[in-house]
Design a protein around this ligand. Structure first.
Ligand code: 5GP
Length: 115
């Protein structure tokens, strides 16, 4: 399935891309939920976290490591940040290409309560 994130990765639609390597693309969220809100997306195609093979944990690990590296480079790693992956309806997933949210830049509230 082609999603908006595939189109961003293919440069078919614009985005504020802040990081890219052979495996991961990261760009600012269009509707930020914190002063810093960046999405880390693998170049491999998986609709949800459920679809990532159990023998390929590096696909998720690369997203988290890229997020931590970005936080250090941007100078907010020591203050702290949150990474989140939403999965399917109850998780609130809206774009079905897996992605990791990096939220930072302010004291974040609690999470996990019902909508
Ligand atoms: P999800 O709800 O699937 O975990 O997160 C999807 C995220 O993608 C949302 O935070 C939403 O604001 C963001 N988003 C949706 N469409 C676009 C877009 O066209 N460009 C960018 N940069 N972010 C988008």
């Amino acid at each position: 399935m082609t999603t908006i994130f595939h189109k961003i990765i293919q440069r078919e639609i614009p985005a504020d891309i802040v990081f890219e390597d052979d495996h991961v693309v990261a760009f600012r969220d269009i509707a930020p939920q914190a002063p810093v809100h960046v999405l880390f997306v693998p170049k491999q195609d998986f609709a949800t976290l459920n679809d990532v093979p159990t023998d390929a944990p590096e696909i998720i690990g690369r997203l988290a490591v890229a997020a931590a590296r970005y936080a250090k480079e941007q100078g907010f790693a020591d203050d702290g940040y949150r990474i989140v992956m939403n999965c399917n309806e109850h998780g609130g997933q809206t774009v079905f290409q897996i992605h990791l949210h990096l939220l930072a830049g302010a004291q974040l509230g609690r999470f996990g309560t019902a909508a």
